[in-house]
Design a protein around this ligand. Structure first.
Ligand code: GLN
Length: 447
């Protein structure tokens, strides 16, 4: 803990942590030392973990990196966080992110931007940028992030660490401040596959507080990392032909596919004609869900209330106008529009149908093949400000990550070399729902 606290201090300018629980972490460490001496410590004893600022931790502030939640103190602890604590992991602090998880560069945070430790002029990715940099810069052993459309995998790719999004419903969302409830998942950043697997098997599983959480049994992922079978891998033609794709990323992805072929695995090209509908589907459905989820922030119950209000209506209006950032407002407006009576069928209902088609295609493909491989992102970490005035260009960064989110299947990003500027490249692997064990084992083999 002291080692990490020291690193956090010397790398404070990266702005990964919003709050550090120094004293309580040190105290917890002493207690765990004692348990270790007595032989009754939990299985995460020794792990020091940071949590994204959208997860509730009782008695601590949680802001979703938004001004509107300034001063909000969590009344209870997120199930995933509680399960870490129950196994003697130490929670060292709260990590910066894009406001309510909306963004791909961590530039939309009320706490300011997070710097990529490998090149401080470049973004760390988002929305879980702080969680990625905390692991990248060795400020903690591992961290929790959330992934609605790529927010764990994309920043993992941009910072050169491992980022795992589990199957939707595998990890309870209780205590996670919602962005888009039918997409939201809690994911994990780590430097090794083994750490990631160990944390996942600890936080996964049914929770009576989240009725959508799955009752399927959890395997001991960290004990199942040995991989020796011959496997069947698909890659999607359109992803590797996309003109948005940076050449080195294409090369490194093909290099892995070639290596797999040489080692005797079956590798096949498959066409995915729906690629161009994926982003519109994702952004219609997530903004719709966000506009509904974020209606609860009205100045009455949580966090910020405008001091300029003079009656109930102006309290709502001013609190929301002053409390939400630009990107969040854009999404609330878009979501409200697609849910409005005259456009509901044209946009929302249609997007739900396309979601079903994408999900069916993905699941069918993953019953014929063990894995789908593609780049995590079309580009490596870009410079600050590059997409700031062009939200659509920013949304394009999610081109490859949203398929798993729209379909609910698990996906992992592992490092796959560097580009010509020395920035990391991510390789994304998807498997069918609840095949986390297979995904970890294969990642372990590829790394
Ligand atoms: N960048 C995507 C978005 O802005 C993904 C965010 C996420 O996964 N939380 O919606």
């Amino acid at each position: 803990v002291s080692h990490y606290l020291n690193n956090i201090q010397t790398k404070a300018h990266l702005n990964a942590f919003v709050e550090v629980y120094g004293q309580s972490a040190l105290k917890q460490a002493e207690e765990i030392d004692e348990k270790l001496a007595n032989g009754n410590a939990g299985k995460l004893a020794g792990m020091v973990i940071g949590i994204k600022d959208v997860l509730c931790y009782q008695g601590h502030e949680s802001n979703a990196s938004s001004k509107i939640l300034k001063g909000y103190e969590a009344q209870f602890t997120a199930t995933a966080v509680q399960r870490l604590i129950d196994q003697d992991a130490i929670i060292i602090g709260r990590l910066n992110c894009d406001e309510f998880g909306m963004g791909s560069s961590n530039e939309n945070s009320a706490h300011g931007k997070v710097l990529n430790a490998l090149d401080e002029d470049r973004v760390p990715g988002g929305s879980s940028g702080g969680s990625a940099v905390a692991v990248q810069a060795n400020l903690c052993t591992a961290s929790l992030g959330t992934d609605t459309g790529g927010s764990v995998r994309q920043p993992a790719a941009f910072t050169g660490v491992i980022g795992m999004k589990p199957t939707y419903s595998r990890v309870s969302r209780w205590g996670l401040i919602a962005y888009a409830s039918s997409f939201d998942t809690i994911g994990i950043f780590s430097r090794t596959v083994k750490d990631n697997a160990l944390i996942m098997e600890t936080i996964a599983g049914h929770d009576e507080f989240d009725s959508t959480s799955s009752r399927k049994p959890i395997l001991s992922y960290s004990q199942l990392l040995h991989f020796e079978k011959k496997t069947k891998v698909a890659y999607l033609k359109e992803t590797l032909e996309s003109h948005a794709l940076q050449p080195e990323i294409r090369e490194n992805t093909f290099a892995i596919l070639d290596k797999l072929k040489e080692e005797g695995h079956e590798v096949e090209e498959v066409s995915f004609p729906m690629l161009e509908y994926i982003l519109p589907t994702y952004y219609i459905l997530t903004t719709a869900e966000a506009s509904s989820n974020l209606s609860r922030f009205d100045g009455a119950k949580y966090g910020y209330r405008s001091p300029n209000a003079h009656n109930l209506e102006s309290m709502y209006k001013l609190t929301r106008s002053e409390g939400f950032g630009e990107e969040v407002k854009r999404r609330i407006m878009l979501g409200t529009f697609v849910l409005s009576a005259s456009y509901y069928d044209a946009y929302f209902t249609k997007a739900q149908k396309v979601r079903r088609m994408i999900k069916d295609f993905t699941e069918d493909l993953l019953s014929d093949f063990d894995y789908i491989i593609m780049p995590t992102t079309p580009t490596s970490a870009f410079r600050f400000g590059e997409h700031r005035d062009d939200p659509v260009a920013m949304y394009l960064e999610d081109l490859f990550t949203v398929q798993a989110s729209v379909s609910g299947v698990p996906a992992i990003s592992i490092p796959n070399g560097k580009d010509k500027n020395g920035m990391p490249i991510g390789l994304q692997i998807m498997s069918n729902s609840f095949k986390e064990a297979e995904l970890y084992a294969f990642s372990n083999y590829l790394k």
